[in-house]
Design a protein around this ligand. Structure first.
Ligand code: NAG
Ligand code: NAG
Ligand code: NAG
Ligand code: NAG
Ligand code: NAG
Ligand code: NAG
Ligand code: NAG
Ligand code: NAG
Ligand code: NAG
Ligand code: NAG
Ligand code: NAG
Length: 643
């Protein structure tokens, strides 16, 4: 059995215990706040809703709102990564609240106590996720007495240079979480907030800022004290997300908030209320223990009192065991090896369930019309790993506005069918431009020395792109039209790639669309600029009477094109350009993207040397980041990481 599950579950177990003790104390009416703030909310409504504008090719630029490139990129990439496992971990710091809907009939999973939760609780979108939480067998053999978990990476969860020397967690009574409940949504859950990035990371490095901001503002509005117990570092991180959840649900109740959605390894819902008819129980299973299923007896009670030689850390002293004890341990080690085979697979199944959603979790639909975001409010850094929502530049007033906007959005109610699916628009852009940009960059940075050869290879990508948006006039005027004002062609290209699928109604619609227009403008401009630079190089000396190649000039143009494409790539921060698996994975493998929260392959495993697998420390942003080259892993890999 992998100790990481055991340790991990110790945390989860503690969460459940804390949950139950807190629930009884929180139900205070919030009605007063709701009615007093309602006037203000309605008053600001006009600022957020607009009559749909008739946006055309001719006029669309007039409707683009001011938004700088860095903010445009940030929002573009957030939409690309939304509800995608790998993307959420690669760009872990979310700064937005996405309105979300889970349709009637969706199944959701929970392990823990046998009763239907009376307060809020966590529900997994994948049963493998819940199962992996709940299942752990007792451990056998020489290593069964090793410590529990080492807490989250970096101890204080800053994710700065993870070293993993944290206090051990106490073991947890597994019986209290062996109940596996499956729920079904009995209506559309239309008032959910999806928190993007690695929002269930239980860290202090920004991943949970959207929850913390909301919780802090709510505490003020509810006149609640902070309520945190910072005295015990082990309790602290378990408590915080529970406190956030209690507050967010209490605040959301008058607005009909169903809960919120986060990613761990797999997506999960914090459901605020199980008892008011939004879900029903469809299955209740008490999970057996794998060792019992295999017919194994209980493990030996390895204690000093029972005559076992143990060192200060509780580990068996091999040389001091009696021959009978050695025989018992040899037998148990064998049993443990068998159990490891099965238990590694349950962890791997969870990783696979997360991986399946690298391409998205389409059971959750987003209504972008009421997106509430820190983008264009205050964000110091376009680097997705270098920013956070709660930075020095975010004023208390900004925070209040964000929560006001959320209240407004919740009062409107969500309907993803009314919203442009902006991820679809973004995907079309990324899927079409990324290969083009990447290959152009590769050609322009290759060791090829002949400028005309380079220009030919690059314009092979640009010529047809540009021709498609050019009139006859432009094709013959390439040389003349060096003013940069290529006019109609570029203008139309941007319009075509960013055209909203539905009318724009809200501030958020305009914000998103403006971001897309800005990003695509840079893409199109770069393609066109490079085309204009290199087309004359590629065609020099080709036709009778055309200008002869001029090696020095041509090389300078190639260098300029190379600079342009590099600048574009640096600015885009596109996951698609940078991250990929080192090879095609086999059937028993997945391409693994590390995650920041608890996982079967992460910080919760004291016996593993893999706590930083797939990531490295980046001093530029002073935190751990995910390696651009992802690796295939199998269930065996989870076992091999053990000592
Ligand atoms: C689930 O099953 C357990 C064990 O049979 C039982 O004690 C518990 O009451 C059941 N829970 C619900 C909500 O039906
Ligand atoms: C968290 O860790 C960082 C880096 O290891 C350290 O600088 C900081 O003081 C720690 N913070 C707390 C609250 O322990
Ligand atoms: C990370 O911490 C380890 C152990 O504390 C140390 O040896 C290493 O130099 C640190 N790395 C960085 C990049 O700070
Ligand atoms: C919080 O305190 C303020 C000022 O004392 C008061 O106006 C407000 O009604 C209180 N809100 C709640 C929810 O008790
Ligand atoms: C169900 O509970 C949630 C959370 O408390 C609440 O927001 C919602 O309005 C409730 N729905 C109904 C139908 O009572
Ligand atoms: C270890 O002790 C527990 C009770 O403390 C008992 O249930 C179990 O059977 C014991 N194991 C063995 C192998 O004797
Ligand atoms: C985004 O917009 C805000 C508000 O205008 C500004 O303070 C910030 O510098 C901009 N850039 C980034 C990267 O956030
Ligand atoms: C706050 O903004 C200033 C410039 O406006 C910037 O230099 C600083 O890095 C920002 N702080 C944070 C924490 O983002
Ligand atoms: C970004 O913020 C500026 C300054 O507050 C504002 O003028 C502009 O309209 C905002 N852009 C969008 C797209 O909302
Ligand atoms: C981790 O342990 C495995 C198995 O002992 C070993 O093969 C591997 O090299 C170790 N990795 C690191 C990074 O130490
Ligand atoms: C127990 O752990 C030690 C290292 O701590 C390792 O060398 C040994 O192979 C492990 N034994 C078994 C049976 O897993």
């Amino acid at each position: 059995m992998l100790a990481n599950y055991r340790g991990f579950q110790a945390v989860v177990g503690l969460t459940l215990i804390v949950a139950c003790t807190l629930i009884s104390s929180v139900f205070i009416s919030y009605d007063g706040v709701f009615s007093s703030s309602r006037g203000k909310l309605l008053a600001s409504a006009n600022a957020r809703e607009h009559a749909p504008a008739h946006i055309t090719l001719e006029n669309y630029r007039e409707f683009v709102k001011p938004l700088d490139r860095a903010n445009s990129t940030t929002l573009f990439n957030a939409i690309y990564a939304a509800l995608r496992q790998a993307g959420s971990d690669i760009h872990p710091i979310g700064v937005s609240y996405f309105p979300a809907v889970i349709p009637k009939g969706t199944l959701l999973y929970h392990t823990g106590r046998a009763n239907i939760p009376e307060g809020l609780e966590w529900l997994a979108m994948d049963h493998e996720f819940s199962y992996s939480f709940a299942m752990h067998s007792v451990r056998y053999g020489r290593n069964a007495t090793q410590g529990w978990m080492h807490g989250p990476p970096g101890g204080n969860k800053s994710l700065k240079n993870i070293s993993g020397d944290n206090p051990p967690m106490p073991p947890h009574d597994r019986a209290s979480r062996a109940h596996f409940l499956t729920f079904r949504a009995t209506r559309d859950l239309t008032k959910l907030l999806y928190l993007d990035g690695a929002s269930a990371a239980k860290t202090e490095s920004g991943e949970m800022d959207t929850q913390k901001l909301l919780s802090d503002v709510i505490a003020k509005r509810l006149n609640e004290s902070d309520g945190r117990d910072d005295s015990d570092p082990r309790k602290r991180f378990v408590m915080e997300e529970r406190v956030y959840a209690e507050r967010i649900c209490k605040w959301g109740k008058p607005f009909g908030l169903d809960g919120y959605v986060r990613v761990e390894v797999g997506f999960e819902v914090v459901l605020c209320d199980f008892l008011n008819g939004s879900t029903e129980l469809v299955s209740n299973i008490t999970l057996p223990q794998t060792n019992k299923v295999l017919g194994l007896p209980d493990p030996a009670n390895v204690t000093v009192a029972n005559g076992w030689p143990l060192d200060d850390e509780g580990l068996i002293i091999e040389d001091e065991m009696t021959p009978e004890q050695v025989a018992i341990m040899d037998q148990e080690d064998e049993w443990q090896r068998v159990l490891d085979q099965y238990s590694s697979m349950l962890g791997f199944d969870q990783i696979r369930a997360g991986y399946v959603h690298d391409k998205g979790d389409r059971r959750i639909a987003l209504d972008y019309r009421y997106l509430v975001t820190g983008v264009n409010r205050t964000l110091g850094d376009a680097d997705p790993n270098g920013r956070r929502l709660l930075n020095d530049n975010l004023s208390d007033e900004d925070k209040e506005h964000i929560v006001d906007d959320l209240e407004y959005a919740l009062q409107r109610g969500f309907d993803s069918g009314m919203s442009t699916d902006w991820q679809q628009v973004v995907d079309e852009i990324v899927d079409k431009f990324a290969p083009m940009v990447k290959v152009m960059s590769q050609i322009l940075s290759s060791s090829e020395v002949d400028s005309r050869t380079i220009a030919l290879k690059v314009t092979r990508y640009t010529l047809n792109f540009v021709l498609r948006f050019s009139g006859l006039d432009n094709t013959v005027l390439l040389d003349d039209d060096t003013s940069g004002d290529f006019g109609f062609g570029r203008h139309f290209a941007v319009y075509e790639y960013t055209r909203p699928l539905k009318d724009l109604h809200t501030d958020a619609d305009y914000l998103i669309w403006s971001a897309l227009v800005n990003v695509v403008t840079d893409l199109v401009d770069t393609v066109y600029d490079i085309h204009e630079l290199l087309m004359p190089v590629a065609s020099s000396g080709l036709a009778p009477g055309s200008p002869e190649p001029s090696p020095a000039d041509d090389a300078a143009k190639v260098a300029e094109a190379s600079t342009k494409i590099s600048a574009l790539i640096d600015q885009l921060h596109w996951i698609a350009l940078d991250y990929q698996c080192d090879r095609k994975c086999a059937w028993d493998e997945v391409c693994y993207t590390p995650s920041w929260g608890p996982s079967p392959l992460s910080w919760a495993d004291p016996g593993s040397n893999r706590t930083t697998f797939g990531m490295h420390y980046n001093p530029a942003v002073d935190r751990m980041v995910i390696n651009t080259e992802l690796q295939c892993i199998s269930a065996d890999f989870l076992i091999a990481g053990r000592h």
